[in-house]
Design a protein around this ligand. Structure first.
Ligand code: ZN
Length: 221
């Protein structure tokens, strides 16, 4: 599966999958959360990635599966304690991805003060579109949107991030040595909403390659 995901001509193996929560103001308000001090960081296993065009099976351990369209940066150059001014030079490519979230499970876990992996890091929870080489693309210059069955659900622009990519890379690289193959999902704009079996989710941007995924009900066990 992972070998099917390519960045340009270069074959690559995904490293860590970092995600940033609460990075667009209107999305933070729609969740009813207080704003965070510094970027909210969490991870998904690389095994949660799904290539463009795949069929995604909905998980059975929750009832409300939300789409969160996000711009994803692929790290191409190693670095620790990377300064904001050179951070973008560590990005090899960009893609659009989806941070699938079981909102009901997340709500329960949050209320109990528990880690939210079961709501975010389950199998097939990170559909990832094809990469576009970063050369000529400014991290803060990417408009993007997603639609479900042809109806636009979320629209965003990376200039509206609370913590821009440079700041995110600075913060992550204080904690982890960033390496080629690491991915950073940079947060979702407002408009998150539920998916149902049979839905087709499409992510698009004028500067990045589009991708679609079809959703099916869980495998009965
Ligand atoms: Zn997200």
């Amino acid at each position: 599966m992972m070998d099917e995901i390519k960045a340009g001509q270069r074959e690559w193996k995904p490293g860590r999958v970092f995600l940033i929560g609460k990075n667009y103001r209107e999305h933070v308000s729609e969740l009813g959360d207080p704003p965070s001090e510094g970027p909210v960081v969490f991870m998904k296993p690389a095994s949660s990635l799904m290539p463009p065009g795949a069929v995604v099976r909905m998980p059975s351990h929750g009832a409300v599966l939300h789409h969160e369209v996000e711009v994803v940066a692929l790290i191409g150059r190693e670095g620790r304690a990377i300064s904001e001014s050179v951070a973008e030079s560590h990005v090899f490519a960009y893609a659009l991805g989806v941070d699938l979230t079981l909102r009901d499970v997340q709500g329960r876990l949050k209320k109990q003060g528990l880690p939210w992996e079961p709501s975010k890091a389950f199998d097939e929870s990170a559909p990832l579109g094809p990469f576009t080489t970063a050369a000529g693309i400014a991290a803060a210059g990417i408009p993007f949107h997603c639609s479900v069955n042809g109806q636009v659900r979320q629209r965003g622009h990376t200039r509206d991030m609370i913590y821009p990519l440079g700041r995110i890379i600075r913060e992550l690289s204080k904690v982890w040595m960033l390496r080629p193959g690491d991915l950073i999902f940079t947060g979702t704009p407002a408009g998150v909403g539920p998916l149902s079996p049979g839905d087709t989710l499409r992510v698009e941007s004028p500067v990045l390659k589009a991708a679609s995924w079809r959703f099916e009900g869980p495998i009965e066990c």
